[in-house]
Design a protein around this ligand. Structure first.
Ligand code: AN0
Ligand code: CP
Length: 324
């Protein structure tokens, strides 16, 4: 595997889930596979889970790990060609990438959407420069449009906790006070639709339609309460306007969040479900996305979901190492 952005990069998801189970039963089973191999994890944005779980995964496989926080100690990187670099950016990505690649065997990238230029973000411009100029396998640790390590961990979690063969899974938009990327809901929708046995319903206010590239085949229900009826899993997330139906509002919040608090996932919403489990990728802002009682309640899966990030990352790095 030379690049990991999408579910299809793993091939058969049933097989990938079986590997996840195998690794969860013995996470050091492949501890020799990564001997004398180095993973470089490059962060252009903050992280708690991705940083820790991906390092742990690499260590499970016997790899060395280097973590680079580009904005905390490295030279600020210019990502555009053809600019006169007389601002605060001292180095160009086109030199930095091959230099970084010379010290490692595998590169993970966290580079969020800028939310200013839809075409630039949706072309995965930064990630693809790493693919093109590093000559090394590259994997996404949340890029402009996808967060596949999260979606794979979410799928593993749903498989572990489902009580019916084909659960109803509801991806719901929820209010937030900052403009957030679409990467998490994009990947979640994509992976749920690629999964062998999931019924996916997506609910959000009008204007928040996700890119059809990720949602083709999903049911969209604008009435959130109706969407929640009979749900086995509620996956909450905020995202900014994806610019599909409202291109001029790409990356924006379409309403004052104070007016959208009826979309917050609370006990009243959860009562509509089939004893539904609550999920969120974290970090989550309580009181906006979800109430304290729901996230702390017995049906909350946020902690096992985060723990499964180590498993998804171990499977993905194992696949990459096997292809070196
Ligand atoms: C990021 C996002 O919404 O994409 C990361 C989530 C894993 N969240 C924030 O920036 C709060
Ligand atoms: N869910 C997730 O990716 O969390 P971090 O942003 O903390 O890595």
């Amino acid at each position: 595997m030379k690049s990991f952005l999408y579910a299809r990069d793993l091939g058969d998801l049933k097989q990938a889930l079986a590997e996840a189970q195998e690794i969860k039963a013995d996470r050091y089973k492949y501890a020799e596979l990564g001997r004398n191999k180095t993973a470089l994890l490059v962060f252009f944005n903050n992280s708690l889970r991705t940083r820790l779980s991906t390092q742990k995964a690499a260590q499970n496989l016997g790899m060395n790990v280097i973590v680079l926080d580009v904005n905390a100690g490295a030279w600020k990187l210019e990502t555009e060609r053809g600019v006169i670099m007389d601002g605060d950016k001292s180095e160009h990505l086109l030199e930095a990438i091959p230099v970084m690649a010379s010290y490692c065997d595998v590169i993970g990238i966290r580079s969020f959407a800028g939310l200013k230029d839809r075409d630039y973000d949706y072309a995965e411009t930064v990630y693809n420069q790493f693919v093109k100029h590093s000559g090394k396998p590259v994997f996404a640790m949340e890029t402009a449009t996808v967060h596949p390590l999260q979606a794979f961990a979410d799928l593993i979690t749903i498989e572990e906790h489902k009580t019916v063969k084909r659960p109803k899974v509801v991806l719901t938009w929820a209010p937030h006070c900052r403009c957030l990327p679409q990467a998490v809901p994009d990947s979640f929708a994509e992976w749920m639709l690629a999964a062998p046995d999931v019924d996916l319903v997506i609910t959000h206010p009008e204007g928040y339609e996700l890119d059809p590239k990720f949602t083709e085949g999903a049911t969209i229900e604008y009435d959130q309460r109706k969407a929640f009826e009979g749900a086995d899993f509620i996956y909450a997330k905020n995202w900014s306007c994806p610019g599909v139906t409202l291109p001029e509002h790409y990356g924006e919040m379409l309403h004052d969040y104070h007016d959208m608090m009826h979309w917050t996932v609370d006990a009243d919403h959860m009562a509509l479900t089939n004893d539904g489990k609550f999920m969120h990728c974290l970090p989550v802002r309580r009181g906006l996305i979800v109430t304290d009682d729901v996230i702390e309640g017995p049906n909350s899966l946020v902690i096992p979901e985060a723990a499964n990030r180590e498993i998804s990352a171990t499977v993905v790095l194992k696949r990459i190492l096997e292809s070196l």
